[in-house]
Design a protein around this ligand. Structure first.
Ligand code: CA
Length: 509
């Protein structure tokens, strides 16, 4: 079977699962490697997911950023060299939809969290099944640290959706501090009445600790000085967790979901990192700190003898938030967070597992953060836990990650702009039927969230190799492909018959 995703046909392995590209030799080699690992170590691997916030595809040195954009990332670059660098790793267009998609393996239009909940709004993971829950049932110790942002309501909190323990905050960085900063909210800070009014609004103002099934306990109110130290404190908590796991007598496998505060606006670097980036800018200092934290997490895995037992995955939950520039990430792609242009959804993706993933690999194979759901189940040997009562949009990418010259198991990537179907990618082609903004000249358009939804009369086609900034529609020259795009879209939309869309948090009305 050809390895070209444009011509290769998918296999529908499950009635409620996204069809997958299955290459028999690649699958066999991965299964053999995984079996050998389990025999050698007597258990499945640990999993460390580090998810940055609003960090761009171009921020890391290994993606062409780093020193070139005033924030060296030597630890991330080293991590990239130790394993696989993904150039086509995709999030959803914003925080909550992405995070819930990673957790559930489902598109936002299926789990229903189409935009971030703000200022105390309930999230509503509700009856969703999370990968943490399934790994926990498969014998994993499950730990969430840092940003959650999938709802402040008790039933959506990490300790109630599969995690044994949670140490972090339930919402999003700016909500804790923006109204405390006179630069952004002088009309609140300099008014006692308005300050009291905000203080009495029913949203969480503290970061919390919670144990499985319990109520969250406030650790500390997140003032600006406290916020500047959060990533440090959360890193210390994760480092403790990694050390504790190494000492556990029964050596259960573990899943650590470490979500940083940085580099979401507004960034207030801690004293240790303030002004340490060549750019001297708060966002860039924060990138230097995040890089340092990843370095410490990896060093801790090594010191405790767990590096070769642990799959490490580092990514970001969406592209740059350009509406807060210059407190913003760098991406070479068009547009930003909140949009389905590449700038909104293409994020860094580093995967490392020494001994199991060959070093110095890079691939443009398409990978969605949703793919972690079935992939982690496969690594855990828990494929039988794959849900049967709902559609799972993630595909098992185990053979792609483990094979030294392997290719992606995903044929199509579907882009959704909240509840509007936007685009399909296959190979180097992206066919768009709706997007934000209607102006082809504003390739550097800032408006992710501020753009308007624009539906195209005939669709637009972009070649992401020739035109990664998506500036020139190629449709009229490439009509030979049209049927594969429209049939791909039709096949996808048909899945919503038996598995209907869900909208829990859809718009601001
Ligand atoms: Ca985000």
């Amino acid at each position: 079977m050809p390895y070209d995703p444009v011509v290769a046909t998918t296999v529908q392995e499950r009635p409620n699962g996204e069809p997958r590209l299955v290459f028999d030799d690649q699958e066999a080699r991965a299964a053999e490697a995984l079996d050998a690992f389990r025999r050698r170590r007597g258990r499945p691997p640990n999993v460390l997911v580090v998810l940055f916030d609003d960090v761009g595809w171009g921020d890391f040195g290994c993606y062409g950023g780093g020193v070139a954009v005033g924030a060296p990332t030597p630890n991330l670059d080293r991590l990239a060299r130790s394993g696989l660098l993904l150039t086509s790793c995709y999030s959803e267009p914003s925080c909550t939809p992405s995070r819930a998609s990673l957790m559930t393996g489902r598109l936002p239009i299926r789990h229903g969290l189409l935009r971030p909940p703000m200022y105390g709004q309930a999230g509503g993971l509700g009856d969703e099944v999370t990968v943490a829950q399934l790994l926990s049932e498969a014998g994993y110790v499950t730990q969430a640290v840092g940003k959650w942002h999938m709802g402040e309501n008790l039933e959506s909190q990490p300790q109630n959706v599969g995690f044994d323990d949670f140490y972090g905050f339930l919402s999003v960085s700016d909500m804790y501090t923006e109204w405390r900063d006179p630069y952004f909210f002088p009309e609140i800070v300099y008014s006692e009445e308005r300050t009291r009014w905000v203080e009495n609004l029913p949203f969480s103002k503290c970061f919390v600790h919670a144990r499985r099934g319990g109520e969250p306990e406030n650790v500390e109110e997140v003032t600006i000085p406290v916020l500047s130290l959060l990533d440090e404190r959360w890193a210390a908590y994760s480092l403790d967790f990694i050390r504790t796991m190494a000492r556990e007598a029964d050596r259960r496998p573990w899943f650590l979901y470490h979500c940083t505060r940085g580099a979401h606006f507004d960034n207030y670097p801690s004293e240790r990192f303030l002004g340490t980036s060549p750019a001297k800018h708060p966002y860039k200092d924060t990138i230097v700190e995040l890089d340092d934290i990843v370095g410490r997490l990896i060093a801790c895995l090594e010191e405790t003898g767990q590096l070769e037992d642990t799959l490490v995955f580092v990514s970001s939950d969406n592209g740059p938030e350009m509406e807060t520039w210059p407190d913003a990430a760098y991406s070479p792609f068009r547009c930003a967070k909140g949009s389905t242009w590449e700038g909104g959804q293409r994020v860094p993706g580093l995967v490392s597992w020494p001994g199991m993933i060959a070093p110095d690999r890079s691939s443009d194979g398409v990978f969605s953060l949703m793919d972690l759901f079935p992939t982690l189940l496969a690594l855990a040997g828990a494929e039988s836990a794959f849900p049967t009562d709902r559609y799972i949009d993630g595909v098992d990418q185990t053979s792609f990650l483990l094979g030294p010259d392997a290719v992606s198991n995903r044929k199509y990537l579907y882009y959704w702009l909240a509840n509007v179907f936007s685009a399909i990618r296959v190979g180097e082609w992206k066919f768009m039927i709706a997007s934000t903004s209607d102006d082809d000249r504003d390739a550097l358009n800032l408006g992710g969230f501020t753009g308007v939804t624009q539906k195209y009369t005939h669709g637009r086609l972009y070649n992401l190799y020739l035109d990664p900034k998506e500036t020139r529609s190629y449709m009229i020259r490439k009509l030979a492909y049209i049927d594969s795009f429209t049939s791909g879209i039709a096949g996808h939309l048909r899945t919503f018959g038996p598995y209907p869309a869900k909208q829990r948090i859809a718009d601001l009305s």
